[in-house]
Design a protein around this ligand. Structure first.
Ligand code: CUA
Length: 196
């Protein structure tokens, strides 16, 4: 903003010079507009995230990646689809260069599904196109994503984090079947569709 200099002779501004108060008013309007745009963009991010149940990779749960195979939640016998007492499903997967174990899991449509994944080596990605599922799988941490499939079908599961020379060939699938085709899993059982 221009300051007053009483000792300077008052001259009229040359033509085409914008008076200081007009500049200040224009700047205030632009500032207001920018703040408005930021508020709208933040609202879009927050509201669409809430409406589509998008989970940022924020599950802070650590695990020792060197002993996964020896026992505990991610031992081979515990991988695949588990059915909880409330009927919801929990799918456990291990990602490693260059594949997911198991590479095919089966779940029921319109049922709450919780995916729990971890990595044995480097960072991998877990993405199910056309769903809210998209997270990184970081060694040392357990990635957890909740979803509910609206339509049956085979959902491809490409690794979407570059993880090495075989990255392009790293993918698995989730077979979402109608409820009547989903065979209930006993509480202690784990099911996959790898052999089918
Ligand atoms: Cu695993 Cu890319």
């Amino acid at each position: 903003m221009a300051e007053e200099h009483p000792d300077l002779p008052q001259r009229s501004l040359p033509a085409a010079t914008v008076p200081a108060e007009v500049v200040a008013r224009t700047e205030r309007r632009w500032l207001g507009l920018m703040i408005g745009v930021l508020i709208v963009m933040m609202a879009v991010v927050v509201l669409t995230g809430m409406a589509n149940a998008i989970h940022p990779p924020s599950n802070v749960e650590t695990i020792d990646p060197t002993t996964l195979h020896l026992g505990g939640e991610f031992a081979e016998s515990n991988l695949g689809t588990a059915q909880e007492r409330d009927g919801s499903l929990t799918v456990r997967l291990v990602a490693g260069q260059y594949g997911f174990a198991p590479d095919c899991t089966k779940v029921a449509v319109d049922t709450p599904v919780k995916f729990r994944l971890t990595s044995t080596d480097v960072i991998h990605g877990f993405l199910l196109p056309s769903t809210n599922v998209n997270t990184m799988v970081v060694p040392g941490f357990v990635a957890e994503v909740r979803t509910r499939f609206a339509r049956p079908g085979i959902y491809r599961m490409p690794c979407n984090e570059f993880c090495g020379a075989g990255h392009h060939g790293m993918w698995a699938r989730v077979n979402v079947v109608p409820k009547e085709q989903f065979k209930p899993v006993a509480l202690t059982e784990r099911s996959t569709c790898v052999q089918q």
